[in-house]
Structure formats: C-alpha cells, structure tokens
Design a protein around this ligand. Structure first.
Ligand code: SAH
Ligand code: SF4
Ligand code: F3S
Length: 486
C-alpha cells in the first residue's frame, strides 16, 4: 500500500443522504491515505456522488463527467469514480458513455470503496460494483468513531442516516430502485455515532430516512418515537430534527412527541405532492387530502407553533387544471412555512413513465411558477408575523455575506430557530444590548454552537434578522431551551 498522502475531491449532487454518504466515503478512504481537498485540480481521486431523482439531476452527472475529460487526458493517473443513485441505476452503462471513468460504485457499495480504489491503483480497473444488500449490510460501515473525524464544514449540525431504501413505490419515484428495500439501522449504532459527533462539537442532528415513521418495524426494533426519546437523552445535544415523514405513516405517537420531547425541533417536513385525490391515488401515496389535513390539524392542535413544510410535484401525468387548482387551494389552506416544488420528470424505472396524458413542459413551468409565487407570499407573511418576537437561535457561524466587518457593525452571525427559520444578527458592537460571548483569538466574540435569544426586527423572503438579547441562554451546555406553546 502506498502510504503517501493522496487527495480526494468529492462532488455531491442530490439529497441529504448523499451529503451523509460523502462523509462516509471520506472516512472510508482515510485509512488508505486520502484526505479531502476542496480543489479539484489538486485531486488524485475524484468521486462523483450522484442523484437520479429527476432527469435534470441525472444530466448534471454527465455534464460534470464531460468536464473531466481534459483533466484525465492531462493526468492519466487521475482516478475517477462515480457513486450514488445514478451509478446504481446505470451501472456499467456509465463506462460506455464515459470510458475514462475508473469505477462505478452503487449506493450500497460505499463500504467496499477502499478495496475498489486499491484495485484500480493496482491496475485492475475498471470496477463496477452495484450490488444491493439487505438489512444491516445496507449500511456503510464507517461510523464517526472509526477515525474520530468530524464533518469538516458543518460542525454544529450533522446528518445521521437511520434508514436506507424505501418500500413505498410512489409511481413517479426512482428511490426504491436505486436505494433498495427499506432497512433500519440499529439504535445502538445510531446513538454511538451521535455521541461521537456531539463530542466533536455537534449540537444538532438531523435523522435521515425516506420514511422515518416506519423505522424499526421490519426489524422489530424500537419505534421511531422511542428512538427519538433515546437520542434526546444524549447530553450536550441541543436539537433533533428528522426527515422525511410520509403522511400515511405519521402516527399519533410521533405527533405526541412534538409536545413532549424538549429537544425535538418544532418542524415537520410532510411532503404531500398534490392536493387532488385523483392524482394522489395515481401517485400511490395511500392517503387522501382529507386524511392529510386531519394530521396537520392534530399536529397544530398539540403544538400550535409547529412549522410545516412540504414537497409538491406539478404536472404529474393526467393532472388537469382542476387538479392543479386543488393543489393551490391546499397550499392556501395549510399556509406552509416553506415548500419545495418540482416539475414532474419521467424516470424510466418508475411506472409513471408509462402513464399516458403527459403534461406539456410549458404548462408544468407555468404551474410551478404559480406554486412558488403563492408560497413566496405566504412565507413572507409568516416571516413578518415574527417581527417583534424573541426566538432562540442555534448559531451556525458567520453569515455568508459579512459586510458588517467593513461597515463597522461587527460580525454578522447566522443560525436557525427550532422552526427552521434562518436568523441573522450582528454580535459584538452594542455593549448595552449585546451578549458577551467568548472572545476569540482575533478579539471577536464566538457565538458558533450557542443558543442565543434574538429579538426579530426585520423579515425577508428567505430569512429574518434581529438583535441578540441580554441575558440570553448562552453557555457551553446550550440546552435545548425553547418556548413550547403547547
Ligand atoms: N422520501 C421522500 C421523498 C424523497 S424525493 C418522501 O416520500 O417524501 C424528494 C422529492 O422529490 C419528493 O418528495 C418529490 O416531491 C420529488 N420527486 C420525486 N420523484 C420525482 C419525479 N419523478 N419528478 C419530480 N419530482 C420528483
Ligand atoms: Fe420515493 Fe415515495 Fe419512497 Fe418518498 S416514499 S422515497 S417519494 S417512493
Ligand atoms: Fe437523489 Fe438518491 Fe437522494 S436519487 S434525492 S440522491 S436518494
């Protein structure tokens, strides 16, 4: 084995699961001598971590690969490996489209990535490994504790995959085909990983699964709510989030958890996809609009301030103008805090690709615009209603645009409320009204990882801004303090 340090560049497309997987890849490659680099030009190994959810995501993969031809020609020893959902879906077909690729590794092959790379270095490439496994073997085995390595950028908040795959087979969706059957990770492994993350400074975890409500059912493990309870006992962890919750499986037990588990953030992502029962049924979502709304009512009954977000697909095959109106009405009725909306995209492996009555691209674009415009108005109204209120913000770090430094207003910090709203604030300029944090080496107050009370002063379409209050809930423990309205 060549022990000289080598560099790996990882390019991730897709959902949070892929972000988590990228960290897994990084940790797996560390024992064979690779460190991550943010500079593609410095890399000895380029990993492309791909997404197949919509045609556009897939196109990104091939355009990125196209740009690598030049690099590979200049440096033939450069190793290029394609992983993730497109790798799983396409397998060796990727090699015929991009013959300079050295390895294709599927969503369950991350544990074998070190061997794959060693093989290529030994001149035994190309390698294609897209085997899917079942049960615990579906989890890639590089927990945090292996190397004591912590996520490089987001050290306050981290993703933790608790489930793999999906058994729901929504008719538009490729996930069951590229991520395999649903499998849950053992609670001991999950708790171990979170403890290690917390020891490294993480204060918030987002538990990931395609359908977290069915956690543990197959394996006879504790329920998802019991898992939440167990994780909430980890000291120094301030906040727990999770995604995604399928409306059909959202149980009263989990709804109850929002009123009971202090550290559980008051936010639920509850993708509905459409407001029309006919479309919901053709999507195989297994709930009606009425059932969905009843769950929203129960959530708000127990936890009135809960933030609710959703996903929508516009232009599903056969979606009429009347169906689409029902979607708009639902958005108005629920008044989501935020939503994601997508134009329906044919996925060759998913059954809806073969449904008739495809909707024109122009109509889809128009419907998408209507949904986004409507939600933008609702979001701004919701944000404005928070002006004057005091909220608890878990600070992530410096805000991206930090004009304050030059203008003399101090450092601008950014964080989120437990309801997942972005709040920016300046810290360090007004002794009357400012929290004194630790003083960093450069004389700046360090707020990262702290829970700060902020009075909201201004509302924008994507964020809020305010001033920190004194005395605020600061301190190294940063307990999950929040005002439970329930
Ligand atoms: N497991 C999650 C969804 C994961 S995919 C759930 O069931 O909620 C994220 C979102 O992508 C979906 O909620 C859906 O809105 C969108 N999506 C999935 N397949 C799509 C397709 N073929 N075309 C357009 N959007 C799609
Ligand atoms: Fe896809 Fe449906 Fe599974 Fe979500 S629940 S991943 S949309 S099949
Ligand atoms: Fe994309 Fe795969 Fe996630 S298809 S959305 S990266 S599970």
């Amino acid at each position: 084995m060549d022990l000289k340090q080598k560099k790996v560049y990882i390019h991730t497309i897709g959902c949070q699961m892929n972000v988590y997987d990228a960290e897994q890849m990084e940790r797996g490659l560390s024992p064979i001598g690779y460190v991550r680099t943010p500079e593609i030009g410095d890399a000895d190994l380029i990993l492309l971590n791909t997404c197949a959810i919509r045609a556009k995501a897939e196109q990104k993969v091939f355009s990125f690969l196209g740009r690598l031809v030049k690099l590979k020609n200049e440096r033939p020893e450069l190793i290029i490996a394609v992983g993730g959902c497109v790798a799983q879906q396409e397998g060796k077909r990727i090699l015929s489209r991009a013959p300079y690729v050295d390895a294709v590794f599927g969503t369950h092959a991350i544990g074998r990535l070190p061997e794959i790379i060693e093989k290529i270095r030994a001149g035994q490439g190309p390698v294609v490994d897209v085997a899917l496994s079942a049960g615990e073997a579906a989890f890639n085995p590089f927990p945090m504790s292996d190397t004591g390595h912590h996520p490089p950028e987001k050290s306050i908040s981290s993703f933790v995959t608790i489930m793999q795959g999906c058994d729901n087979f929504c008719t538009y969706c490729v996930v069951p085909y590229v991520r395999g059957r649903e499998a849950s990770r053992h609670p001991d492994r999950i708790a171990e990983e979170i403890r290690t993350l917390v020891a490294g400074g993480v204060r918030e975890v987002t538990l990931l699964g395609q359908n977290v409500n069915s956690y543990g059912k197959k394996e006879g493990l504790p329920t998802f709510t019991q898992l939440l309870e167990r994780i909430s006992e980890i000291e120094e962890l301030s906040r727990i989030r999770f995604t995604t919750s399928h409306p059909k499986d959202l149980s009263d037990e989990l709804i109850g958890a929002f009123g009971r588990i202090e550290k559980l953030c008051r936010h639920i992502h509850l993708p509905v996809q459409s407001g029309s029962d006919i479309i919901l049924s053709r999507m195989n979502r297994k709930y009606t609009r009425k059932e969905y709304l009843a769950k929203i009512d129960r959530l708000r009954g127990l936890c009135p301030d809960i933030a609710i977000s959703s996903d929508f697909i516009v232009g599903f095959p056969g979606e009429t103008g009347a169906d689409f109106q029902k979607t708009l009405e639902l958005i108005q009725q629920v008044r989501y805090d935020s939503l994601f909306a997508f134009k329906y995209s044919d996925r060759p492996q998913a059954p809806a690709a073969r449904f008739s009555e495809k909707i024109d691209e122009a109509v889809k674009a128009e419907r998408l615009g209507e949904v986004l415009d409507l939600q933008q108005r609702v979001t701004l109204e919701r944000h404005r209603s928070l002006v004057g209120q005091d909220v608890q913000v878990l600070v992530d770090g410096y805000a991206r645009k930090n004009e304050g430094r030059e203008s003399g207003r101090g450092i601008q910090w950014t964080g989120r409320t437990d309801t997942n709203k972005i709040v920016n604030f300046y810290g360090g300029q007004d002794p009357e009204n400012t929290v004194k944090g630790d003083t960093g080496a450069c004389g700046e107050e360090i707020f990262s990882g702290r829970m700060i009370s902020v009075r909201i002063k201004d509302a924008f379409p994507h964020s809020l801004s305010g001033v920190p209050l004194h005395p605020a809930a600061i301190g190294p423990g940063t307990k999950g303090e929040k005002h439970h309205a329930a």
